[in-house]
Design a protein around this ligand. Structure first.
Ligand SMILES: Nc1nc2c(ncn2[C@@H]2O[C@H](COP(=O)(O)OP(=O)(O)OP(=O)(O)O)[C@@H](O)[C@H]2O)c(=O)[nH]1
Length: 314
């Protein structure tokens, strides 16, 4: 049953004439080539910030000439910069905000000044674009949150799953070496039991930071379980990944968290697996896990390398 605010065909009347009017109005709106209508129509088609900025740039260009458009925004840890064209010495800059929230900066540049009419046109276009841009920014925040561990701010298990399957495709296509390290803090239950969960959480955050500091910026670390971390290393063969795992292990062994009377320390065990040809993300992860299990069995605070599995090619 439609609510009292929902326009429905019955309330508009049953006449074929009224239906025709609605259909014609929709067709007019869809075919209208006025840049403002085109912009509002096209901006409603995406929730992806980069696509919206590309649409905005394309439609604005039909109205105002400019040499460069730059949009910048920071969402969480991510700096977004979208740029098209080459710059000029005259600029107009807009700080995009709506209801007190900031949604990035937009800069237009060209070799000669923007006049009053052009500035008005740009501002009217921005007035249309701001709501879709706000929606895309909020969507990106939510999307980022679903990929981020809330305690350590490291990417989470879901992010690792996506990265592993992407790494498998790239590794297969380009015959690249990709390695995976799985690290698990040793006897972490004892830390929680002895010092409490707050200290346990501090230690987890500190361990995540140490792992991040131990790897190159092209590598990515993840918290993928309670006290389990993973590092994905592109273009890295087994022996180099082992060096990184050992560096992580030493950094964590040197880590202390001050808890008043005591300095709490922890060690980590690590398993290293370099992806084999035709290996699925699950098989790769399972081999890294098996290596970790071996490191735990060997007394912990050490690194173990995954066994290679011979595969039939037939
Ligand atoms: N403080 C804190 N503890 C967590 C969190 N997630 C998991 N844990 C704890 O991590 C501990 C993991 O314990 P186990 O799986 O028995 O492993 P362990 O004690 O580290 O032993 P080994 O892995 O065999 O060396 C459990 O006590 C969990 O409660 C968290 O977010 N915060």
């Amino acid at each position: 049953m439609p609510s009292k605010n929902t326009p429905n065909i019955a309330r508009l009347g049953d006449s074929a004439n009224q239906l025709a009017i609605i259909r014609q109005a929709t067709a007019d709106w869809q075919q209208n080539s006025n840049p403002f209508t085109v912009l509002s129509r096209r901006m409603a088609t995406s929730l992806v910030l980069e696509e919206l900025i590309a649409i905005f740039t394309e439609v604005l260009e039909t109205l105002v000439r400019f040499d460069q458009l730059t949009y910048r925004h920071r969402i969480g840890k991510q700096d977004l910069v979208f740029r098209s064209g080459l710059g000029g010495q005259h600029r107009c800059e807009y700080r995009l905000s709506l209801q007190g929230e900031h949604y990035g900066e937009l800069t237009l540049a060209r070799r000669h000044r923007f006049d009053e009419v052009e500035l008005t046109a740009i501002e009217q276009m921005l007035a249309i674009a701001i709501c879709p841009i706000r929606n895309a920014c909020q969507y990106a925040v939510i999307e980022q949150a679903t990929l981020t561990d809330s305690l350590t701010s490291a990417p989470n298990k879901r992010a690792l799953d996506l990265a592993l399957s992407q790494a498998c495709s790239v590794a297969e296509r380009h015959r690249e070496n990709y390695s995976l390290i799985i690290c698990d803090l040793d006897h972490f239950k004892q830390v929680n039991d002895t010092y409490g969960h707050v200290i346990g959480d501090h230690l987890l955050k500190a361990a995540a930071r140490e792992i991040e500091l131990a790897v190159r910026s092209s590598d990515q670390s993840y918290r993928f379980g309670g006290e389990e971390f993973a590092v994905l290393l592109p273009h890295t063969e087994e022996k180099d990944a082992q060096v990184v795992a050992e560096r992580i292990r030493r950094r964590i062994a040197n880590l202390t968290v001050d808890c008043g009377d005591d300095d709490v320390t922890v060690t980590v065990s690590a398993g290293v697996a370099t992806r084999q040809r035709n290996e699925s993300p699950e098989q790769w992860l399972a081999r890294a896990d098996e290596a970790l299990y071996r490191a735990k069995s060997c007394g912990r605070n050490c690194t173990s390398i995954a066994s290679r599995i011979a595969r039939s090619t037939g």
